[in-house]
Ligand binder design. Sequence first.
Ligand SMILES: Nc1ncnc2c1ncn2[C@@H]1O[C@H](COP(=O)(O)OP(=O)(O)OP(=O)(O)O)[C@@H](O)[C@H]1O
Ligand SMILES: [Mg+2]
Length: 238
Amino acid sequence: MLELNGICAGYGEIQVLWGIDMAVRSGEITALIGSNGAGKTTLMRALSGLIPLTSGKYVSEGVDLSKASAAQMLAHGIVHVPEGRRLFGAMSIEDNLLMGAYSRSVSRSELNRDLDRVYTTFPKLRERRNQAAATLSGGEQQMCAIGRGLMSAPRLLMIDELSLGLSPLLVEQLVAALRQLNSEGMSILLVEQDVTTALDLCHHAYIMDMGRIVRTGQGAELLADPIIRDAYLGVLED
Ligand SMILES: Nc1ncnc2c1ncn2[C@@H]1O[C@H](COP(=O)(O)OP(=O)(O)OP(=O)(O)O)[C@@H](O)[C@H]1O
Ligand SMILES: [Mg+2]
């Protein structure tokens, strides 16, 4: 789906990513794990065309997207649900969702069908569809942000910090929704601080440290790895 080769990127003089090699496989959930400041968000920004690469490249199904803008990435079906959600607070849920589809030229009936699909995935959003996004709870905002991503009809959905600040019950609901979307064929790249949740949900995971990939493997395999348990689960289970 997405093949990353030696990606380097950063902010001005500051280099954050130091040669990232990664494969995001079609039809799979891929997790990206790492401590604060490891460079996970920066990698997502680089992949969604928000910051330029200083070297390396990424290719999706034979097309080199290394220099693609955010709009071009979107046109390729690669969508980023950013950290912090970034909803339009004064707009209703439904208008926020529709914003996700602004770049598609589809009929109103197709939009309604896609809206209906988002509302089926997140029934809470249907109930509150006329409510201003700013008045939603944190979990509802996250659903709305993911729903907005879905409205752009992505092939790859990249979600930064799925569970940040959410109750375990809501995280469970979101995880179930992602499993469902994935079983319908959507590829997902996930950044998640809760390592157990991430490794349990994903097919493959990449562990990032100081701008480099330090381990990769199947989720279940990493979850059972004593070194990973000690370094990541031990620290986070405090
Ligand atoms: N706009 C920016 N300008 C300069 N440096 C930045 C900027 N955004 C991030 N950085 C730096 O890049 C490094 C990686 O940050 P990044 O946000 O990618 O980490 P992260 O892995 O997503 O961390 P977290 O788990 O805390 O979200 C950090 O050292 C951070 O200070
Ligand atoms: Mg981050």
